[in-house]
Design a protein around this ligand. Structure first.
Ligand code: NAD
Ligand code: DAO
Ligand code: ZN
Length: 375
C-alpha cells in the first residue's frame, strides 16, 4: 500500500514529503495508521548525523498514536480498530529482562531495531518514485511515526482507551512517560522529598509534574533560560535556580542551601555532562539519588570524585522512564483522561505533515515545548 511520509534522505537535510510503499505486516506485526506524532529532540539528534545508530534514508519519528488497521498472522494482543501508542522500548514479556521485572529494556528485538530493520532483518518501507536515490528506507527506533502508516511488532504497541485524543496522547509515546516515569518507576520518589530538576524543557516539566503527583515537598528547577519559569511553576516547581544568577560554579551550594544539605532526588534532563555532575553532587550525603535522563553527545564521559558515591550518593539512569510500555503506557493515558496530569499546556504547536520541518525549526529556536504533527 501507499503512505505519505516525511523522509530523512541524509543527515542535516530537511525532510521531504513523499508517497512511499509499505509492505503489509508479517507474522507478529501490525499495520498502524498514525493519527498524530510529536517531534522530539531525539529525532533532531539523529537527523543531525551525530547518532551512531542513525541510518539514512529513514522515516524518523517515535512519539505517535494511531489505529491498528491490519494484523499479521498470529497476532493476539491487539485487533483491527484498536487505538495504540507505538513503543520504542517494547515489552515482549518473555526475554530475560522482561521476566526479571527489574528493567524495562526488553531485548527481544533490540538488535534489528538498532539497525533500522524489522525483526526479520528487512524493511517494510520503500520509495520507488525516487529510484535514483535507492528504494529501501530504514525504520527508526522501531516506530517511524513520521509516516501516515507504519508497521510495528505486536510487542511494540500499547493498546490504549479509544476516547483519548491522538494529538495529545502521542506525547505519552516519549516525553510524558520519560519524565513522569523516571519519578515513579526509576527513582520511586517518596512523598515529602526534596527534588531538583536540571533542565525545564519537555522532559524536565514532566519530571516536575511527576514529582508533584507523588507529593514531593520542594521541587527546585535549574535552567539558564528564565522564560521557562512560568510554565515550570504551573507544573509544580516551587523554587528556581538560574546558574547565571547564582554563578555557574555555585549551583550545588545554592541547592544545598535550599534543601538543608542536599536534595533527596535530582534529575538531569539536559544531556550535559557538567550538569550531570552538579546533579549528583547537589544530592544529600548518605542517601541522595541522581537520575540521568538527558542523552549526552556520542563519546562524552561523566566524572565525579568517587568519594561522592562512597558517602552514599547514588547515580542512576532512566530510559523511557523505566516504564514497561504495554503495561504502563495505558495507565498514563488514564491519568491524562482523569485530569491527573496536564499534557495540553505542553503542546505548544500543532501542524500538518507538510510543515514538519517547521517543528524542527521551532525546537532549535527554543520556541516550542512540543510540536505535534496531525495527519
Ligand atoms: P529541551 O531542550 O526542551 O530542554 C532542555 C532545557 O535545558 C532547556 O530549557 C535549556 O534552557 C536547559 N539548559 C540547557 N543547558 C543548560 C545548562 N547548562 N544549565 C541549565 N539548563 C540548561 O530538551 P528535552 O526535550 O526536555 O530533552 C532533555 C533531554 O532528555 C535530551 O538530552 C533528550 O535527548 C533526553 N531524552 C531522554 C530520554 C530517555 O529515555 N532517557 C527520552 C527522551 C529524551
Ligand atoms: O535497550 O539498549 C537498549 C536501548 C534502549 C533505548 C532506550 C532509549 C532511551 C534514550 C533515548 C532517547 C529516546 C527518545
Ligand atoms: Zn522483553
Amino acid at each position: 500500500m501507499k503512505s505519505r511520509a516525511a523522509v530523512a534522505w541524509a543527515a542535516n537535510q530537511p525532510l521531504t514529503i513523499e508517497t512511499i510503499d509499505i509492505a503489509g505486516p508479517k507474522a507478529g506485526e501490525v499495520l498502524v495508521e498514525i493519527m498524530a506524532t510529536g517531534v522530539c529532540h531525539t529525532d533532531a539528534y539523529t537527523l543531525s548525523g551525530l547518532d551512531s545508530e542513525g541510518k539514512f534514508p529513514a522515516i524518523l519519528g517515535h512519539e505517535g498514536a494511531g489505529i491498528v488497521r491490519e494484523i499479521g498472522a498470529g497476532v493476539t494482543s491487539v485487533k483491527v480498530g484498536d487505538h495504540v501508542i507505538p513503543l520504542y522500548t517494547p515489552e515482549c514479556r518473555q526475554c530475560k529482562t522482561c521476566l526479571s521485572q527489574r528493567s524495562n529494556l526488553c531485548t527481544s528485538i533490540r538488535a534489528t531495531q538498532g539497525q533500522g530493520l524489522m525483526p526479520d532483518h528487512t524493511s517494510r518501507f520503500s520509495c520507488e518514485a525516487v529510484g535514483a536515490r535507492g528504494s529501501e528506507i530504514f525504520h527508526y527506533m522501531g516506530c517511524s511515526t513520521f509516516s501516515n502508516f507504519t508497521v510495528l511488532p505486536e510487542i511494540a504497541v500499547a493498546k490504549v482507551r479509544p476516547d483519548a485524543p491522538f494529538d495529545k496522547i502521542c506525547y505519552i509515546g516519549c516525553g510524558v512517560t520519560t519524565g513522569i516515569g523516571a519519578v515513579i518507576w526509576t527513582a520511586k520518589v517518596r512523598p515529602g522529598s526534596n527534588v531538583v530538576v536540571f533542565g525545564l524543557g519537555g522532559i524536565g516539566l514532566n519530571v516536575i509534574q511527576g514529582a508533584r503527583m507523588v507529593g514531593a515537598d520542594k521541587i527546585i528547577g535549574v535552567d539558564l533560560n528564565p522564560s521557562k519559569v512560568e510554565m515550570a511553576k504551573k507544573f509544580g516547581m516551587t523554587h528556581f535556580v538560574n546558574p547565571d544568577e547564582v554563578g555557574r560554579d555555585k549551583v550545588v551550594q545554592a541547592i544545598q542551601d535550599l534543601t538543608d544539605g542536599g536534595a533527596d532526588y535530582s534529575f538531569e534532563c539536559i544531556g550535559n555532562v557538567h550538569t550531570m555532575r552538579q546533579a549528583l553532587e547537589c544530592c544529600h550525603r548518605g542517601w541522595g539519588e541522581s537520575i540521568i535522563i538527558g542523552v549526552a553527545p556520542s563519546g562524552a564521559e561523566i566524572a565525579t570524585r568517587p568519594f561522592q558515591l562512597v558517602t552514599g550518593r547514588v547515580w542512576k539512569g532512566s530510559a523511557f522512564g523505566g516504564a514497561r510500555g504495554r503495561t504502563d503506557v495505558p495507565k498514563i493515558v488514564d491519568w491524562y483522561m482523569d485530569g491527573k496530569i496536564d499534557i495540553d499546556s505542553l503542546i505548544t504547536h500543532t501542524m500538518p505533515l507538510d510543515e514538519i520541518n517547521t517543528a524542527f525549526d521551532l525546537m532549535h529556536e527554543g520556541k516550542s515545548i512540543r510540536s505535534v504533527v496531525v495527519f
